[in-house]
Design a protein around this ligand. Structure first.
Ligand code: SF4
Ligand code: SF4
Length: 301
């Protein structure tokens, strides 16, 4: 695929403050992108709804046009992505195998990994060399071994998420449980596009983000700017007794903001338009390990 990274750099510089990128990181990124080919990104889908990719597609630059095509296809060396790539079938899989053989790639996985029935509820491709179907379980296990970094995109890949919710008939596991090694988790149902771009930028700049005990970048999930801590409804007198009451705290209606470390209340979603509580919905703590079962039933104190 074509690799031209000026637009990514331009985006990072223009959006450094918004996405939380230190300018020193932007400088490193500039150097890395000028000096050499960025490592290829191999993006696998496990049991997912594709919402993480849709969320990433919501990236819109503040300076000039930048969409997911610019960001991933023309900017980051995205070698394999089942939803975004032009190639399909044997050609696509062969491209992935070639990149995997060279090593040093970033493996991004969205979706949980089914383990029941030997993983055969989630087939990712047919191996053109053998004609055999390959499961997400096999693909992730094999590709994680040669990866420079393994990114879990979304709560399903990070912790199991909704597909691993009770009764979990296909025995979904997180990527970390499957590979038994370290992963960088960018949870969220879906994750905010800024969180994904920030993490890609760190890795392309040659940095390793510091992680919390749940494998999340501390910079993004410190809790200092957690949902409840920075919620504009925190200091407001009175609690909402019913939905549709603008401006009042939703705790009595089941808001899980106090248990959630994401920075949605200040970052906002849809390019700074609004966020869950701002739209009078509760926070479901969708970025936390154990979501959804740990926080269910929703809509109740
Ligand atoms: S609405 Fe939720 S996040 Fe906001 S103050 Fe109330 S409990 Fe905290
Ligand atoms: S406010 Fe809560 S439920 Fe909404 S996106 Fe953020 S972490 Fe998820």
């Amino acid at each position: 695929m074509k690799v031209s990274r000026r637009s990514f750099l331009k985006y990072c510089i223009a959006s450094a403050a918004t996405i939380g990128l230190d300018l020193s990181v932007v400088k490193l990124l500039e150097k890395a992108l000028a000096a050499a080919e960025a490592p290829p990104v191999l993006w696998l889908n496990g049991a997912n709804c594709t919402g993480c990719t849709v969320s990433l597609a919501n990236v819109v630059a503040h300076a000039g046009a930048l969409d997911v095509g610019d960001l991933l296809i023309n900017t980051i060396n995205l070698t394999f992505h089942p939803n975004l790539m032009g190639a399909a079938g044997d050609l696509a899989v062969t491209t992935l195998f070639d990149a995997a053989q060279a090593g040093g790639y970033i493996l991004a996985v969205d979706g949980g990994i089914p383990t029941a029935f030997d993983g055969h509820t989630c087939i990712v491709w047919t191996d053109p060399r053998t004609g055999m179907e390959v499961t997400a379980l096999e693909a992730v296990t094999e590709l994680a071994g040669g990866a420079a970094a393994v990114l879990c995109i979304g709560t399903c890949a990070s912790f199991g998420g909704i597909p691993a919710g009770n009764p979990n008939p296909t025995s979904i596991r997180s990527v970390r449980e499957i590979i038994g090694g370290s992963t960088i988790n960018i949870p969220g149902c879906p994750p905010h596009p800024d969180w994904m771009v920030w993490t890609f930028a760190q890795l392309l700049a040659g940095l390793s983000p510091k992680l919390d005990s749940s494998g999340r970048p501390k910079e993004l999930f410190s809790g200092k700017s957690g949902v409840h801590k920075k919620c504009p409804r925190k200091e407001v007198d009175g609690k909402a007794a019913t939905f549709g009451t603008d401006g009042l705290c939703l705790k009595k209606l089941g808001c899980r903001g106090p248990e959630c470390k994401a920075d949605c209340s200040t970052r906002l979603w849809n390019n700074g338009t609004n966020w869950c509580v701002g739209a009078n919905a509760i926070c479901l703590a969708c970025t936390e390990n154990g979501f959804p079962d740990k926080f269910s039933p929703f809509y109740r104190d």
